[in-house]
Design a protein around this ligand. Structure first.
Ligand SMILES: *Cc1c(COP(=O)(O)O)cnc(C)c1O
Length: 387
């Protein structure tokens, strides 16, 4: 009996197995497991531990708070963090032996100041905007930053450990921009070397390039989505095609099961009307839990899929803040309290939900609300000896 009538069951054995699979695919490149955004909704610390047990030697976060939380949990793998604004307390990162990305000149200056106050050299990875047009030093901004980095490195204030970038079209294997971005990264590394900087790690591949472009693996790969057992390139293959196992199952207990006559409207504005006398179930999860309102069943189209008693059902009508309805059909076998699976083991996939809601599976798992309990299980026989 649980206090909350729904939960995300996270299989740490799947995370560990996926990390092992990614290490095998990386084929010699180091694996940095991306655990930003609360490990894509799966839970930062348990996932980080499982990823390290599976062979990841690095962890990556967007935010400084997430990187520091890993250290507070006693995790001593190498950690890279890459998103912060001027004035951030970078000395905390330097003191905690966290590697920092440098995406702008001001960041280099603030890191040098942080190293002075922490009394130890900072470890940095220069982030180059090779074409994504997001965070990172443009090729034009790079030379003066390299000059300054070389000086700070000689002064013992920092060490340039890596030079890295992020791809714009990694989910389109063979896209011409991939080779272009790679060559801009190589040119950036050459420019660093010409100033006496010898970065040991060049990296550009997230999940999609890790799975589909071995020539982009370089010295380290940074998979996020694949670690959670989801495919970043659903048009190329599903998780099983890459040997990955989805780690999260989102399930709920039916709060109410009741009979409605034919022609009865269901949920706000009656976007769904019962076609026959039927049984309707109330699922106690809504947009307050991160269920996308775009997954509603409106205008005659079924909403996102739901697995129940081995059947494939769908959201009927509008998703509300705390609940949504499902038409269990005239022959329903369900009673209140029965378990339904939104996605994961024994139900539809997060990718099915992404398609129904007009988004990507990344968003389906990551947006899951903090209100939904995470429950951890471990179904990894091969990895039991790691525990
Ligand atoms: C989020 C992120 C990743 C991981 O991306 P996936 O597509 O989930 O593998 C890697 N690198 C950077 C810089 C990121 O922001």
């Amino acid at each position: 009996m649980s206090l909350y009538p729904a939960r995300a069951v996270v299989d740490l054995g799947a995370i560990r197995a996926n990390a092992r699979t990614l290490c095998r695919i990386a084929d010699g490149a180091a694996v940095l497991a991306v655990v930003k955004a609360d490990a894509y909704g799966h839970g930062l610390v348990p996932v980080a531990r499982a990823a390290v047990e599976g062979g990841a030697t690095w962890l990556g976060t967007a935010q400084l708070t997430e990187a520091l939380a890993l250290r507070e949990a006693g995790i001593d793998a190498r950690v890279l963090t890459w998103l912060y604004a001027p004035g951030a307390p970078l000395e905390l990162a330097v003191a905690a032996d966290i590697d920092l990305a440098v995406a702008a000149r001001w960041a280099l200056d603030e890191i040098a100041a942080a190293a002075r106050s922490a009394g130890r050299p900072a470890r940095v990875h220069l982030k180059v905007d090779t074409g994504l047009g997001r965070n990172g030093l443009t090729p034009a901004e790079l030379p003066p930053v390299l000059d300054a980095a070389a000086e700070l490195q000689s002064a013992g204030l920092l060490r340039v450990v890596g030079v890295f970038s992020h791809l714009a079209f990694a989910d389109s294997p063979g896209h011409p921009s991939l080779q272009h971005q790679l060559s801009v990264l190589h040119e950036s590394v050459d420019a660093a070397r010409s100033r006496g900087i010898e970065p040991e790690l060049r990296h550009i591949a997230a999940s999609a390039a890790t799975l589909t472009a071995p020539e982009l693996h370089l010295d380290l790969v940074r998979p996020g989505l694949a670690l959670y057992g989801l495919s970043p390139v659903p048009q190329v293959g599903g998780p099983e095609d890459f040997g990955l196992v989805p780690a999260m199952t989102l399930e709920a207990e039916l709060a109410t099961v009741k009979q409605l006559p034919a022609g009865h409207g269901v949920s706000y504005a009656h976007h769904y009307v019962t076609p026959t006398a039927t049984t309707v179930g109330v699922v106690p999860l809504g947009y307050g839990d991160g269920i996308p309102r775009h997954a509603s069943g409106v205008d005659g189209a079924p909403g996102a899929p739901i697995g129940s008693a081995g059947r494939a059902l769908a959201i009927a009508g509008r998703v509300c803040m705390d609940q949504f309805m499902v038409d269990l059909g005239p022959e329903a076998v369900e009673v209140a309290g029965d378990r339904v699976v939104l996605f994961g083991a024994g139900g539809p996939s997060a990718e099915d939900w992404a398609r129904a809601a007009g988004t990507i599976s990344y968003e389906i798992v990551t947006r899951l609300g903090a209100r939904v309990p995470r429950v951890y299980v471990d179904h990894d026989d091969a990895g039991k000896d790691h525990r």
